[in-house]
Write a protein that binds this ligand. Structure first.
Ligand SMILES: Nc1ncnc2c1ncn2[C@@H]1O[C@H](COP(=O)(O)OP(=O)(O)OP(=O)(O)O)[C@@H](O)[C@H]1O
Ligand SMILES: [Mg+2]
Length: 378
């Protein structure tokens, strides 16, 4: 980090200290991450960032004490990058953040001690049994070995992972759903004030997702320990799920926080920002992916796909909707539609509108090319 960045961070640190007495538990101030960019065109276009690309751009978000903050945004929006900066795995290029008043520049160790972090992926789980692994990780988080062991046993039993055959099997042989729960348990083991969960339900089947959400609800409602209620930041793509559990929502797009607030405030904001008259349809069926482009083109619609083989279509041409879709499907014998429902304004539709409003044309598909390759089950 150069001297001018240090200077600006010191003044930001002073400023952020002023928030430590407020009810915000997580706060970012102009948090920015610039990654070096490979192509010549991007070097020229992003020269104001020293030839790099700001994937998190002047982010100011606020998570109140006791909130479940849903951190939403499309692929590549910068959610994981934000989270990695918050937990000290990436160094911000500019700006800073505080966790319960501890800034990540000056008091990272303290901030980490009061945070439980669940990463979005673990490429390789160790060949260890769960209790031994949790004992070791608990000690890293400052717990005595015996406390870590007894908490591990409690939490494994709480998550229904305490069968003898499960405990005797090394965790690298566990199913994806079991491994996710294990990651969640390791994040909670030291009963941290803050839980930061990066797409905790990715790769889970619907039953495991539901179980996971129930665990999270218990954790945040004192269902696990009466003396402990965490503040949660959770990134997710499953918008209905986030809508169900979050008390505050932030939408990130192209590294910028484009909206933040309660669901009610977001609904109101979007009503102000968009033209009235857009209708949302939820289309269920099979092979729907094949008709996305035609629906988008012919109804001038925004279309999003969901993991449950549904399309969410936002269009101003509601009157033409049924006839147009029927006409499109008639030309695709392998596509079937089982249901079309007209939706109330929900989080997903709000998100679609916000995304459309702030969409930046990506020249030459650059964003796609620069997206790091990773395996996702979405
Ligand atoms: N180490 C890196 N070097 C260069 N670019 C990176 C690096 N890590 C992430 N990026 C880029 O930063 C952008 C934001 O990535 P990030 O993983 O934060 O997004 P995300 O919102 O978590 O996406 P997803 O929903 O797919 O998990 C992407 O375009 C990605 O390619
Ligand atoms: Mg991510």
């Amino acid at each position: 980090m150069n001297t001018s960045t240090i200077a600006s961070n010191s003044s930001i640190n002073r400023e952020i200290e002023g928030y430590s007495s407020s009810a915000s538990i997580i706060r970012t101030l102009s948090l920015t991450k610039v990654f070096p960019s490979g192509s010549l065109s991007s070097l020229l276009r992003f020269s104001h960032n020293g030839g790099g690309r700001a994937v998190v751009d002047n982010l100011n978000l606020t998570v109140p004490r006791g909130a479940i903050y849903g951190y939403l945004g499309p692929n590549g929006a910068g959610k994981t990058t934000t989270i990695k900066m918050l937990v000290g795995l990436l160094r911000p290029t500019r700006g800073t953040a505080s966790l319960r008043g501890y800034t990540i520049h000056d008091h990272l160790r303290e901030a980490q001690r009061l945070t439980g972090y669940m990463p979005d992926t673990i490429h390789r789980f160790p060949a260890m049994k769960a209790i031994a692994l949790l004992e070791t990780l608990g000690q890293y988080s400052g717990l005595d070995r015996s406390v870590a062991r007894s908490r591990a046993l409690d939490m494994l039993s709480w998550a229904c992972l305490d069968g003898q055959n499960v405990l005797d099997t090394k965790v690298n042989r566990w199913s994806a759903g079991m491994q996710r729960k294990l990651l969640f348990i390791q994040a909670m083991l030291h009963k941290p004030d803050i839980l930061i969960l990066d797409e905790p339900t990715a790769n889970l089947d619907p039953v495991a997702r539901r179980e996971f959400i129930e665990l999270l609800n218990k954790a945040t409602n004192g269902g696990f320990a009466k003396d402990w209620r965490a503040t949660v930041l959770i990134s997710s793509h499953d918008l209905p799920e986030v809508e169900e559990i979050s008390t505050k929502i932030g939408f990130l797009n192209h590294g910028k926080l484009i909206a933040e607030g309660t669901k009610e405030i977001l609904r109101w904001t979007i009503k102000q920002a968009t033209h009235e008259g857009t209708t949302i349809f939820v289309v269920s069926g099979t092979n729907l992916i094949k008709i996305v482009k035609e629906i988008r083109d012919r109804l001038d619609a925004t279309v999003s796909t969901t993991p449950r083989d549904k399309l969410i279509v936002s269009t101003k041409h509601a009157n033409d909707f049924f006839n147009t879709v029927a006409g499109i499907v008639a030309n695709h014998p392998d596509v079937t539609i089982t249901d079309i429902a007209q939706e109330e304004e929900n989080l997903e539709s709000i998100f679609l509108k916000l995304e459309k409003l702030t969409r930046v044309r990506d020249e030459c598909g650059e964003r796609g090319l620069e997206k790091k390759s990773k395996v996702k089950g979405e």
